[in-house]
Design a protein around this ligand. Structure first.
Ligand code: NDP
Length: 245
């Protein structure tokens, strides 16, 4: 088993769980952090890992996540900032509290996690890897994704700032921007027959993405071989964004 220890936020299900599966295949020791502690522990069990209740918007809970990981494994090599929400509310109807919550989870949560984990990596001279899960909404949006797109575009630039700050220490920061992936977040939309047909016609890969499609991309970016890849966003969408009409 590799020595490496990976924390995945929002890892109890969906894309986060797919990432955990792919990193466990690389023999990493897995820490699942999720709002629901029982779900985090259940997910972590399949990897012999650690499950921790952690709401990423609460800096004290993030500090506790770091502490529990160090107590159990003694180090942190990889952080995947995956926890995210997308309320899908028209930007003209949106309550300010909804807007604020999306930014708190998707953007400020990743700030807390990255800063506290990176401090731990620096203290132990670990050549760590940090990955931010953004979205195609970094570049394109819809009326129902004003909060979400703002948070993800901000996350992309936050990633770059951390890449510049941490690069001199051998720690890399990169983003993976998933296209359309079937999870609980999006199931209500993609399981409608007309939308399933849209995917077949519009995505060159001819299918919707899976959580493990994203996990494989994360595994590439956190590998030893990826040490000179820093501050970039990798679109993983089956070719969707390459299509102009
Ligand atoms: P899911 O809703 O399926 O899973 C998200 C997980 O994150 C849930 O376990 C959820 O817990 C957890 N979570 C939510 N808020 C917090 C919080 N404050 N602290 C800790 N954990 C939290 O989403 P996906 O797997 O689909 O999405 C994962 C990431 O991928 C998100 O950042 C999303 O924006 C991004 N993404 C997804 C795409 C898709 O097509 N699915 C496309 C592009 C990007 P709980 O169940 O308790 O809410």
């Amino acid at each position: 088993m590799s020595n490496k220890v990976a924390i995945i936020t929002g890892g109890a299900r969906g894309i986060g769980l797919g990432i955990a599966v792919c990193l466990a295949r690389k023999d990493m020791r897995i820490v699942i952090a999720d709002r629901d502690g029982a779900a985090a522990r259940t997910a972590a069990e399949q990897f012999g890992g650690l499950g921790v209740a952690c709401d990423v918007t609460d800096r004290a809970q993030v500090a506790d996540l770091v502490q529990q990981t160090i107590t159990r494994f003694g180090r942190i090599d990889v952080l995947v900032n995956n926890a995210g929400i997308c309320p899908f509310v028209d930007v003209m109807e949106m309550d300010p509290s909804t807007f604020k919550k999306t930014l708190d989870v998707n953007l400020t949560g990743a700030f807390h996690c990255t800063q506290l984990v990176a401090r731990e990596m620096l203290a132990r001279s670990i050549q760590g890897r940090i990955v931010f899960i953004t979205s195609l909404a970094v570049n394109v949006t819809s009326a129902r994704q004003g909060d979400y797109a703002a948070s993800k575009a901000g996350l992309h630039m936050l990633m770059k700032s951390f890449a510049i700050a941490l690069g001199p220490h051998g720690i890399t920061c990169n983003a993976v921007a998933p296209g359309m992936i079937l999870t609980d977040l999006t199931r209500f939309h993609w399981e409608k027959p007309e939308n399933a047909a849209f995917i077949k016609q519009r995505v060159p890969a001819g299918r919707i993405g899976t959580p493990e499609d994203i996990g494989q991309a994360v595994a590439l970016l956190v590998s030893d071989e990826a040490g000179y890849i820093n501050g970039v966003g990798l679109i993983v969408d089956g070719g969707h964004q390459a299509v102009c009409a």
